[in-house]
Structures are given as C-alpha cells and as structure tokens.
Design a protein around this ligand. Structure first.
Ligand code: IMP
Ligand code: MG
Length: 180
C-alpha cells in the first residue's frame, strides 16, 4: 500500500478515495430506498463525522435536515463509558425518523450513550449509519444499520478522523505509521 508524508506524519493508505466514494453512493442509494416517502433527520456527531456526513447527505435523494451533537468522553486512564453532551441538538427530534451519522464505532461506549440519550426524546425511528466499525475493539454491541467498512485495530486518520485534531481533511482513510 502507498505511504505518504502528510505534514509531520507518515500515513499508509488503507481505503483510497474512489473506494470510499463508491461505497457512500451505495449507502446513500440504500438509505433513499429504505426511507422512501419519509423525511429524514440526520444527527451527526462532532467532529469526526463531518466529512462522511457531507458526502452521505448528498448521496441521499430525500428531503432531510441536518443537526449536530457534540459529545466528549470523560478522559480517565481507560475508556470508562462516561460520556457528556458538550453541544446539544438545535431542533427537537420527537416524532422524526432519525439517522445518526458517526465516523467510527470503536469500543461502542460513546454510541451506546448517544443512542440511549436520543431514544428518550421519542423519535419515530432511530437508526445508525457508521462509516467504520472496529469489531475487535467492541466493549458493547452496537447494531449498525448502515456500515461503510469494517476495519482492523489500527489508528486511523483521514476522511474526518484525526490525530491531535489534524489530518481530518485527507480524502482517503489511512493508517498512522510511526517514525518518518
Ligand atoms: P468509542 O466510544 O470507543 O466507540 O469511540 C469512538 C470515537 O473515538 C470515534 O467517534 C472517534 O472520534 C474516536 N476514534 C476511535 N478510533 C479512532 C481512530 O482509529 N482514529 C481516530 N479517532 C478514533
Ligand atoms: Mg467521533
């Protein structure tokens, strides 16, 4: 696989841009069929999902709204599942067909909290579209209705995913490699 230097980082391409875009067109077509005749409320999790959201939303041929939620994990020595809402939705989702849009399901703890939180707001339906799933890291089982790709336990960057806030703008998905 191709390795590039991106700023001060060495990144090996895992999924090239063309493959990502082809997969997202398929996901968008599937969502368009599944929700035919309904309006859709996309709820994206900041910040990692913004690239996936932008492409997925444009691959869906339905009337839809977009709203955002900021979530932060309590930082302890290990992933504790203690999660906090840092920025809430602007519009209520009661009675709406909600599709949560997330970059990656890793341990699943963030999404478990978020789905439980959204369920209390009485949406008409609640489903999940995740660009990536790392099943080897799962601590809780999260049912993913629309999944882009399954990936192994690497540290991933690009297509919205960051290292220290950087590399989100790479158009492909890469594995961060040590050393230069
Ligand atoms: P979870 O609660 O462990 O499932 O955490 C998921 C969140 O951790 C994702 O929304 C990402 O923001 C972040 N994350 C997990 N794996 C990676 C990775 O490989 N690269 C960058 N961010 C990641
Ligand atoms: Mg995230």
């Amino acid at each position: 696989m191709r390795t590039s230097r991106e700023g001060g980082f060495r990144v090996e391409t895992l999924i090239p841009e063309e493959r990502i875009q082809a997969r997202i067109r398929e996901m968008g077509a599937q969502i368009t069929r599944d929700y035919a005749g309904r309006d859709l409320a996309l709820v994206a999790v900041l910040k990692g999902s913004y690239v996936f959201l932008a492409d997925l939303a444009r691959a869906i041929d339905l009337p839809l709204t977009v709203d955002f939620m900021g979530i932060s994990s309590y930082v302890g020595t290990r992933s504790s599942g203690v999660v906090r809402v840092t920025s809430d939705l602007n519009r209520p989702v009661e009675g709406q067909d909600v599709l949560v849009v997330e970059d990656i399901i890793d341990t699943g703890l963030t999404m478990k909290y978020l789905l439980e939180n959204l369920a209390t707001r009485r949406p008409a339906s609640l489903k999940l579209a995740a660009f990536l799933e790392k099943p080897s890291r799962a601590q809780v089982k999260i049912p993913i209705d629309y999944r882009g790709f399954e990936v192994e336990d690497h540290f991933l960057v690009g297509y919205g995913l960051d290292v220290d806030g950087k590399l989100r703008n790479l158009p492909y998905l890469g594995v961060l490699r040590g050393g230069l």
